[in-house]
Design a protein around this ligand. Structure first.
Ligand SMILES: NC(=O)c1ccc[n+]([C@@H]2O[C@H](COP(=O)([O-])OP(=O)(O)OC[C@H]3O[C@@H](n4cnc5c(N)ncnc54)[C@H](O)[C@@H]3O)[C@@H](O)[C@H]2O)c1
Length: 315
């Protein structure tokens, strides 16, 4: 079996994991690593037997590279992704994909014009419990979905200094809400602010409303001294609760609580396996560039809502 030849751009806290997994997968060959920090690129390249670069424009000239994970600082994701697409490489770009929807649209158009895969790192979708929630909503196993509440709180990871909590963190839950509801929100109302972060918001409460009457509530902050990442979905017949940290899922109705035992799989591994499989088998990925665009559009609308202290309609 011929292997897909891949590279990673940005090998800090998160990109390192992409590199490790590409080395572990049987159908990928990790060819190159690029990080503007030479120590960083050299260390990871040496560890995994790949070639080290500090300039992606040089790395991308290598015709061997077929696909790239872009894991740079959030403000550099769009620029690096665009370079990859212009060089004819398939891309998995980390969230938030871009910092504004204009940049995101350029990425979508470029990928489409060049017939390339463009997918976004919305990792939560690869957690079996979340897939089960989506299925239960779709098949009305919990009756009609009424509302969903997501909570993603922790201490401020100080390495994140280029975007605030909405584009960094809440965007995961914005995507989750789109994923499980199967419907686009029609409006957003949000309140956010900054307590410790000097430049960007570090807490946000976001409420999404849907044409069907559903609502979704997202709470994110970098102010809580421990990590909680959870999702509660209320249906007309039952509720579902997911703890993202332990991946435990509970389904409760008036008479019983059921806790399905899903086997644990590293979500990033499942995500990268899927990315590679979609390229090799020419399949549309579960998460498209359009999903990235739409989540970003909602995040931007939430920020506007908070600034203007009003409900913002989503196009
Ligand atoms: N999907 C997820 O669950 C998840 C989790 C963590 C981080 N992320 C995303 O991954 C990205 C990286 O986050 P992190 O925590 O690893 O940050 P980080 O600061 O630890 O690492 C970023 C790395 O990118 C390098 N870099 C920056 N610009 C570059 C460029 N133009 N070319 C090459 N290298 C460049 C930096 O030198 C650094 O080593 C962010 O966009 C973040 O939102 C996603």
């Amino acid at each position: 079996m011929s292997k897909l030849r891949v590279a990673v751009i940005g090998t800090g806290f998160w990109g390192k994991n992409h590199a490790r997994i590409y080395k572990e997968l049987e159908n990928t060959e990790l060819v190159a690593i690029c990080d503007v920090n030479p120590e960083c690129s050299r260390a990871i390249a040496e560890q995994y037997g790949a070639k080290a670069y500090t300039d992606s424009s040089i790395m991308l000239k290598n015709p061997e590279i077929q696909a790239v994970s872009v894991c740079t600082w959030s403000i550099k994701l769009a620029e690096e992704t665009l370079k990859c697409l212009h060089a004819g490489k398939h891309v998995l770009v980390e969230k938030p994909m871009a910092t504004d929807t204009k940049q995101a649209q350029i990425l979508l158009d470029t990928a489409e014009a060049n017939g390339l895969h463009l997918t976004v790192g919305f990792l939560m979708r690869f957690i079996p419990g979340l897939q089960q929630i989506k299925q239960s909503v779709e098949t009305a196993k919990i009756g009609e979905m009424v509302s969903a509440t997501a909570k993603r709180v922790t201490q401020w990871p100080e390495r994140i200094g280029d975007v605030g909590i909405v584009k960094d963190t809440a965007i995961h839950d914005i995507d989750v809400m789109r994923f499980i509801s199967g419907e686009e929100p029609v409006s957003v109302y949000a309140k956010m602010g900054s307590m410790r972060h000097r430049q960007f918001e570090d807490y946000a409460q976001i409420m999404l409303t849907y044409e069907s009457g559903k609502t979704a509530f997202i709470e994110s902050n970098w102010l809580t001294p421990y990590k909680i990442r959870s999702l509660n979905v209320t249906g007309s017949e039952a509720i579902m609760r997911l703890d993202y940290n332990s991946q435990e899922l509970w389904i409760e109705n008036a008479v019983e609580t059921v806790q399905p035992r899903n086997s644990f799989k590293e979500p990033l591994k499942a995500e990268l396996e899927h990315f590679v499989e979609c390229i090799i088998e020419k399949k549309t990925p579960m998460i498209t560039g359009d999903d990235g665009y739409k989540a970003l559009e909602i995040a931007v609308a939430a920020m506007e809502s908070s600034t203007k202290n009003t409900v913002v309609k989503i196009k």
